[in-house]
Write a protein that binds this ligand. Structure first.
Ligand code: ATP
Ligand code: MG
Length: 498
């Protein structure tokens, strides 16, 4: 007799269907995961990846279809059932309790499964988990004070603390630096060697070819195909995901670079931003890179008036600016697309159209209905050009896939018609097709003489799209690369860690 445990895949999902009001998120999707396999689940924003894995975590129930582990059908009726089945899921959206510390968050809710251990023991187990991850996360500060990267690491530690056979990671690397990703991969390889099956979701193709054994692709909620990674090229994968080929991933068109527009002199804030001087010119994309914590976000928050600066001076087109709030910055023609779209970019319980119109709210009382109609038309243009996947403009922001939320925030700032646009990680979580559209939009903007400051940790993007690169380290600018076409990732990294 054949033993199903030996022959059946570790996990098999078959004929999975799921719809939400107005959206068929998944139709007839199947997937197989084997022991000791890293499977990349790929697809455009809104393809249905998160919806599929939420079923593994017991957060959603399929409308139809089956899930089997070791050939035996399982009913993942809720989060506890998933944990008991040996499935750990790291969600794209963090679920940390803001008032609890990092280590309390790791062990939260485990009391119910009979694993209650002494609290001091939990704290030291948390410390050991972070040590295993090779990262430093303050154990005792509340979740709300952790940076995005730290929150991500807490989520990873939380999943590792469970005794998992199947580990699902939904864009775990989105907020991590290249070094942190390397450490994460070392852990994934170790878990794989123990026979654990891993489902890995990311929009960074380099990572997929580095870590995944096989790739399954979804498009518009349907299964498109799967193959061992070794049998797939980057171009083939892109084509499977977006349904067309993309010749040049970084379609940089150099605009004519003119005079300095935004000039920053001697900008300081405590220990985070130290005597920063730089300028960005007409038609220029200035790449700003460095490790997380190097002060890049802190620097642009000062320019945008989100934080106060201790000393320094900022001029735009020769005029000294007196910026005390984001409102002042927007009026002066400066806008900032923040990296943290969840807390700083979107009002989740409002419709996407309302979110798009938010910066205009003060005009609304004057122009009322007319403004709303214009807003609707303008937004429709972005839905088209950025391929934002929504059933209608009144859809609540919280119901959008992660990447589509990011696109709404981007559209909101693009229509502000600013002269200097600051993009903080503009393509984080965005699929390869939409990235291409965003790069083309950047070309259009610089072609109109606007200036862009682009913060990015993705070095291929920084090198592929910048006219000039500044590197920050510990609050200072530590390097400038003017001949971008002949630089390398190694050179940029070298300046970032010097
Ligand atoms: N709770 C919900 N209510 C309504 N629609 C939803 C809900 N959750 C997901 N959707 C829709 O289902 C579709 C699939 O979304 P999903 O989050 O699975 O995409 P994804 O592949 O994870 O995309 P991304 O790469 O942007 O994270 C999208 O059209 C999304 O708007
Ligand atoms: Mg998702």
């Amino acid at each position: 007799m054949v033993n199903t445990v030996d022959t059946a895949p570790l996990l098999e999902m078959s004929g999975i269907e799921k719809s939400f009001p107005g959206v068929q998120a998944l139709s007839d999707v199947s997937l197989k995961l084997h022991r000791g396999e890293v499977l990349a689940l790929m697809g455009e924003n809104g393809a249905g990846k998160s919806t599929l894995i939420k079923m593994l975590g017991g957060a959603h129930q399929p409308d139809a279809g089956t899930i089997a582990i070791d050939g035996k059908r399982v009913d993942l009726s809720g989060p506890m059932a998933a944990i008991e089945a040996g499935i750990g899921v790291i969600y794209q959206e963090f679920n940390l309790i803001p008032a609890l510390t990092a280590w309390e968050n790791i062990f939260l809710g485990r009391e119910q499964s009979g694993l209650l251990v002494a609290r001091s023991d939990e704290r030291s187990r948390a410390a050991a988990l972070f040590e295993r991850l090779g990262v430093q996360v303050p154990l005792d500060i509340p979740g709300r004070q952790l940076s995005i990267a730290q929150q991500q690491l807490v989520e990873i530690a939380k999943a590792l603390s469970q005794d998992v056979r199947i580990l699902v990671m939904d864009e775990p690397s989105a907020a991590l630096t290249p070094q942190e990703v390397e450490r994460l991969f070392a852990i994934i390889r170790e878990l794989r060697s123990q026979g654990i099956g891993i489902i890995y979701i990311s929009h960074r193709l380099d990572e997929i070819f580095d870590i995944a054994d096989s790739i399954t692709v979804l498009r518009d909620g349907r299964y498109v195909g799967d193959a061992p990674t070794s049998e797939m090229t980057r171009q083939q994968l892109i084509e499977m995901m977006v349904g067309r080929s993309i010749e040049n991933e970084f379609p940089k068109q150099a605009a004519e670079i003119g005079d300095a527009r935004l000039v920053v002199t001697g900008l300081c804030r405590g220990a985070t931003v130290r005597d920063v001087c730089f300028e960005v010119r007409r038609g220029e994309v200035l790449g700003l890179t460095g490790l997380v914590g190097a002060g890049r976000t802190e620097l642009v928050r000062l320019i945008f008036g989100a934080d106060a600066w201790d000393s320094g001076q900022i001029t735009l087109d020769g005029q000294q600016l007196n910026i005390n709030s984001p409102g002042d910055a927007i009026r002066a023609g400066i806008c900032l697309l923040t990296e943290d779209r969840k807390t700083q970019g979107l009002v989740l319980c409002r419709s996407v159209r309302e979110n798009f119109g938010l910066p205009n709210l003060r005009h609304l009382s004057v122009f009322g209905v007319m403004q709303q109609r214009q807003e609707r038309r303008a937004f429709a243009g972005y839905v088209d050009s950025l391929t934002i996947r929504i059933p209608h403009q009144e859809q609540l922001a919280k119901n959008l896939s992660g990447g589509n939320q990011q696109k709404v925030v981007l559209a909101k700032w693009l229509q502000q018609n600013a002269e200097v646009l600051i993009f903080d990680e503009p393509t984080r979580g965005i699929d390869v097709g939409a990235k291409h559209e965003i790069y083309q939009l950047m070309n259009d903007l610089t072609g109109q003489g606007k200036s862009i400051i682009m913060i990015s940790s993705e070095l291929p993007e920084v090198i592929g799209m910048s006219d000039r690169i500044l590197v920050m380290h510990e609050g200072r600018i530590t390097g400038e690369i003017t001949d971008v076409p002949s630089t390398t990732q190694e050179e940029v990294m070298g300046l970032a860690i010097n």
